[in-house]
Structure formats: C-alpha cells, structure tokens
Design a protein around this ligand. Structure first.
Ligand code: ARG
Length: 472
C-alpha cells in the first residue's frame, strides 16, 4: 500500500498545508493549535497587508491587472463581512490568515491561491501585529493627551491649595495640591515618550522576509513598506519573522504606566478616606456597599490599582515566551497575542477612566490645610530661619527638634506657639518668625523651577500644557 492509498479525501486535510499529510489533524490538536479564536482581531490589518502585497506583486509582474482586481474586490467584500460581523470563522482553518485566504479562494477561485506567492504566514503575522499595535498606539495617544490636559488644568486651578507633602507617609513639608498633580503629570509625560519610542521602533515592514530566508520571487519590499505606512523594510529576514520585542516593549511601557496610575490610585484611595478627607470623587466613579449604608467606595482607582497586576503579568509572560526561542519563527509566538491584546484593552480602559475621573476630583481645601498645619510641617522653615540669623544648620536642626518635642508635649503646632514660647529655644527668634511659620509663607518661599511656590506651579502648568498641545 503506498502513501496515496492511505491519503484521506482532500477536504479532510488542511487546504493550506495538507499536501504532505497522511491523516487529518486530531480534532483536539486542531483546537489546541488554532488561534482564530483570538487572532481574528487582526483581520482588518491582515487584509490591509494582503492588499499591499497583491499590489506589489502586480507591480513586479507576478500578478496581472485582472488578477489584482479580483483579489482586491474579494478582499474588500470579506473585510466588509467581517466588519458587519457576518463572517464565519472556522477553527479547522486554524488562524485569521488562512480563514481569510480560504474565503477569498471560495469567492474568486484559483486566483485567490496566488495571493500567497512570495509570502509566508510568518512574515504575514509579523506584519499584522505591527500594523495592529500601531493602530492601537494611535488610538491611545489622544487618551493620554486628554488625561494630561485635565490633570494640568486641575493643577493650575489648585496652585494655591495647601496640603501636607509626605515622605514615609509622614507629614514632611507643606506643598500645594497643584504641585502634587504636576508630579503625576511628569510621570505620564515620560510614559508618553516611551509610547512614542515603541511606535517608532516597531514601524518597519517585515513583509518579504517570507518564511525566514526571503523569497525567490521578484518582490519590492520598499513598495509594500511605503504602501503600509512603514518607514522602511526590516533589515534581516530571520529577525523579522522571529522577534516580538516590539510587543514586549509595548508591555514594558504599559507596566510602567500602570505602575504610575496605580500609585495615583493609591493616593486617591487614601485621600478619599474618612481619615484623610482631602478629596471627594463624584458618585459616578464610586459604588456603595450592599450591607453598610454609609459606604462610598473609590472603585475606579481601586480597580486601576488592581489591574496593574495583570499588565505586569503579561510583560513577564511575553519575556518568558521569547527567552528561549531559537531563530527564526516558532509556534510559541502564537502566544504573543492574548497578552498583548489584553494589555492594550486594559491600558486603554484605565486611561479612559482616569481621563474622565481626574478632572472631576473635588478638593476639600479646609481639611488639606488643617492636615498641613498638624505634624510640624513648617519645622524645616524654622530651621532655615535660624540659619538666616547666623546659626549653623546642624545646631538649628537641634533647636527646632527641641521645639517640636515641646509642641508634642503641649499639643501645639509651631505656628500656634507665642513668641515667648519660641524664644525659650533661641533668643534669635523675633516677631518676623511668624512669616515663615505660616503654611503660605512656607510654600511661597520655595520659589524656583520645580518648587512648590504657587507662582511656580502656575508657570509649570503653563509649560506642561504647551508640551501636551505641541504634540502632533
Ligand atoms: N497563527 C500563527 C501565529 O500566530 C501564524 C503563523 C503560523 N506560521 C506557521 N509556520 N505555523 O503565529
């Protein structure tokens, strides 16, 4: 019995690669190896890549004008069907690429089979993910700008709002709430830069790398690169089909961004508590408790903080996916998609939630001010004052330390002590001390670039807004 006797009917083996197979793929294995359940999200980019590839094949004489026309109209029909949700995805056809190719052949006949000339699913999928991620990055960019503009506007409005600044979560020195918000904005500004870096590096065309070594057909890689808006073709065919570092880079960006938003969330959760009462989040960003009628929970920041876990996990998943792969393409890479998709979805949702919520923060100025008055937040100002009167800083530190100990014993803040009380610690203290012991005096004195003085905060908010608005 020769091999052809054992061969199952042609419709039982995979149309795209069944030629050398003697039995159909096991049903479980077909399901196990299929990716169409998730990679159908790449459909529009897959068609975009195919249209560019076909156009290029026509320009080099591989496809006739009639063939190109057939392929174009077939693919456009399929794109419309997918868009409308009328496309029938088949697990037997494994992935998005083969589903679309089979549908094309079904519609336009034999010409559909010519589309794959000079191409492999390996360079095809590498192209699709880059195109997809580029589209997602372009959708994320305005969400960033919206969030930052809202944050900066709030910072400008709160430039005079005094609150305690913390180190070790202990009251340290007074700052303004506007200054605190601009610290958050700096984190986001660097994240935005990382996003742009990622976009610039991924924006090269792997198309033409074929399976791994390139192709013998006359192709024009510059043509497809420019057709798809890539800056240039990738340099090396092996690398092109293999590395997913661009996806890892996006996840690294996403992890850092989520870590930043998680820190902001943590502060919002603390500040909305009855113990702080610094800010209020409008009800639409909160939920209640089914058992405790008094509760209003800051769910949005809590969830953003929680979702940081999954995004960090995806970064590790992709690094681990890549770490032991020999060149070039390996099926492992099919596992790149779900982590990347969910990272994009999560980051987009969190940016959207923050973009709506941050500008809606309501401040409780009186309780921020009260908190800054407690905890000896102007102790450093008193020390600096004594240095101004000629005392060495280490000595003045000691003197102020003693006055703080006295304040703790007497349950009085420095600003609540009378002149005579203060003079017990140094005779150099005179009436003008009260200018520096006030919270307003303390913040206004930090009057330099990057300092918390209200005028500096207003100027910094202006610069930050210019920066965001100058984005293309
Ligand atoms: N579904 C595959 C993936 O996501 C497409 C590439 C398959 N290539 C192959 N030689 N099996 O990576």
């Amino acid at each position: 019995m020769n091999n052809s006797d054992k061969k199952p009917p042609a419709d039982k083996t995979n149309q795209a690669w069944g030629g050398r197979f003697n039995e159909p793929v096991d049903t479980f294995v077909a399901r196990f190896t299929a990716s169409v359940g998730f990679d159908h999200r790449l459909a529009q980019q897959d068609i975009q890549g195919s249209l560019a590839h076909a156009k290029m094949l026509n320009s080099t004489g591989v496809l006739t004008a009639e063939e190109l026309e057939l392929i174009n109209s077939g693919l456009q029909q399929i794109a419309a069907e997918i868009e409308a949700g009328n496309f029938n995805w088949s697990i037997a056809l494994e992935d998005v690429h083969m589903n679309i190719e089979a549908a094309l052949t079904e519609r336009i006949g034999i010409v559909g089979k010519k589309l794959h000339t000079g191409r492999s699913r390996n360079d095809q999928v590498a192209t699709d993910i880059r195109l997809w991620l580029r589209d997602q990055i372009d959708a994320i960019k305005p969400m960033f700008s919206k969030l930052q503009e809202g944050m900066i506007a709030l910072a400008a409005a709160e430039a005079d709002t005094i609150m305690p600044g913390f180190t070790h979560l202990q009251t340290a020195q007074p700052v303004t709430f506007g200054h605190h918000l601009l610290a958050w904005n700096e984190m986001l500004e660097r994240d935005y830069g990382r996003l742009l870096d990622c976009r610039a590096r991924l924006n090269q065309s792997p198309l033409g790398a074929a399976a791994l070594a390139g192709t013998t057909y006359p192709i024009n890689r510059e043509f497809t690169a420019s057709e798809l808006g890539f800056t240039k073709p990738t340099e090396n065919s092996l690398d092109s089909v293999s590395d997913r570092d661009f996806a890892i880079e996006f996840c690294a960006f996403a992890s850092i961004l989520m870590t930043h938003m998680s820190r902001m969330s943590e502060e919002l959760v603390l500040w909305t508590s009855a113990q702080f009462q610094f800010v209020n989040l409008p009800d639409r960003f909160c939920t209640g408790s089914s058992i405790m009628p008094q509760k209003k929970n800051p769910d949005v920041p809590e969830l953003v903080r929680g979702k940081t876990g999954r995004v960090n996990g995806y970064l590790i998943a992709l690094l681990t996916l890549m770490k032991s792969q020999p060149l070039a393409y390996n099926k492992d890479n099919q596992e790149d998609k779900e982590p990347l998709f969910d990272t994009v979805d999560t980051v987009s949702d969190c940016l959207r939630a923050f973009g709506d919520m941050i500008p809606a923060i309501e401040t409780n100025k009186a309780s921020m001010y009260e908190a800054a008055r407690r905890g000896f937040s102007t102790a450093t100002d008193l020390a600096d004052y004594l240095v101004g009167k000629g005392i060495a800083f280490r000595d003045s530190h000691e003197i102020v330390g003693k006055s703080v100990a006295y304040g703790i014993a007497e349950n009085k803040d420095l600003s609540q002590m009378g002149l005579e009380e203060l003079q017990q610690f140094s005779e150099l203290i005179t009436e003008d001390v009260f200018d520096v012991l006030t919270l307003e005096g303390s913040v206004a004195a930090r009057n330099h670039i990057g300092g918390t003085a209200p005028d500096q905060v207003r100027a910094a908010a202006d610069r930050a807004l210019q920066q965001v608005r100058s984005r293309s």
